[in-house]
Ligand binder design. Sequence first.
Ligand SMILES: Cc1cc2nc3c(=O)[nH]c(=O)nc-3n(C[C@H](O)[C@H](O)[C@H](O)COP(=O)(O)OP(=O)(O)OC[C@H]3O[C@@H](n4cnc5c(N)ncnc54)[C@H](O)[C@@H]3O)c2cc1C
Length: 358
Amino acid sequence: MIGAGVVGLAIARALALRGREVVILEKNPMIGNETSSRNNEVVHAGFLYPPDSLRGTLCRPGAEMLRDYCRERGIGLAVHGKLTLALTEDEDGLLETMMAFGEDNGVQGLQLLSAEGVKEREPEITCRMALYSPNTAVVHSHDYMLSLQGDAENAGAVLSLNSTVVGGQGKVLTVEDENGEPFELAWDTLINASGLGARDIANYHSSERDIPPPDIRYAKGSYFTLTGKLPFSYIVVPLGETLAAGGSFTIDPGGQGKFGPDLEWVTEHDYTVDPTKASSFVAAVGKYWNGLDVDRLQPGYAGIRPRAYGPEDPGGDWLIETEVEHGVSGLVNLLGIETPGLTASMAIGDYVAGQLIH
Ligand SMILES: Cc1cc2nc3c(=O)[nH]c(=O)nc-3n(C[C@H](O)[C@H](O)[C@H](O)COP(=O)(O)OP(=O)(O)OC[C@H]3O[C@@H](n4cnc5c(N)ncnc54)[C@H](O)[C@@H]3O)c2cc1C
């Protein structure tokens, strides 16, 4: 297993609990230090993706597993509910499509609200209509990952930190330890859950593959934290350009409000937040709430979404490639595992284990 982000840990846990010997190689000195700690921590309900996609199939079951698991283990989880807002006529239709996806994906409790219905819940929000999701939550993602790690280790998995995979050929990986000393590791089954590094690792086997590894693009998302009182008690998400400009509102597990992420296609993995973006965030939020003062925004953090599609495409799905797709026996590549990877992590764990253990 390569990668101790939330997805790698969930897969390691699923395999270890099924009796497989698992070694997790992680380049950083700690778990979950990349995309898994640079996201919204939202437990999505499962209405955003079509039912014939991996994201659509695994999000709702993953959310239910995650919510039950967190309640059982006492991991911080706050169910705020979410209002997805339509601000233009086109977006009314998008909400209806999401409602249909949600019904097909088995999401409970979704409700379309009129503009007045939204005002009854959030008097300061102006929109055309909204999709209300009662079960959308936020989770303390680091505590969740520590618990997954604990389960995996208790079931016999070994976590090797400071271990960077730098190459591979056939069924042998080249790994460097924290001193840059290389060593080799033979594998029987290799799960590449290395997030932003997954395309490079897939490439190590390109000469053995039937088809070349797919291209992966990168979409950065920056956040601004909100000082002072929370304006809303729900997670509030606009659509389209307003969403891409940072107009989304979330309450983090500690109770602080934040806006973002926005969307910026990048080629470098640079997590700097440009403070001058604050005014465009205010303009985006102003499309549905005119109470935000720029002085209340502080640059927060940024994350980078690996995507198996680009800005020219209407959207896309995760790619979980097995021998069937690429022809290399024992290799599973997880590519483009963007949102809702945190939400669906346990369902992804079961899915990958199901591909390997029959
Ligand atoms: C801005 C943003 C907001 C998001 N919001 C949400 C949300 O609200 N809800 C939700 O469900 N999802 C959300 N997501 C998606 C979610 O964060 C990811 O799907 C999830 O964290 C992916 O986990 P991962 O384990 O695949 O990747 P990572 O967390 O990136 O883990 C990969 C690990 O592999 C390691 N690695 C990489 N290369 C090597 C190597 N060569 N050798 C050894 N180790 C290596 C890395 O160090 C890393 O620890 C968001 C993502 C972003 C960017």
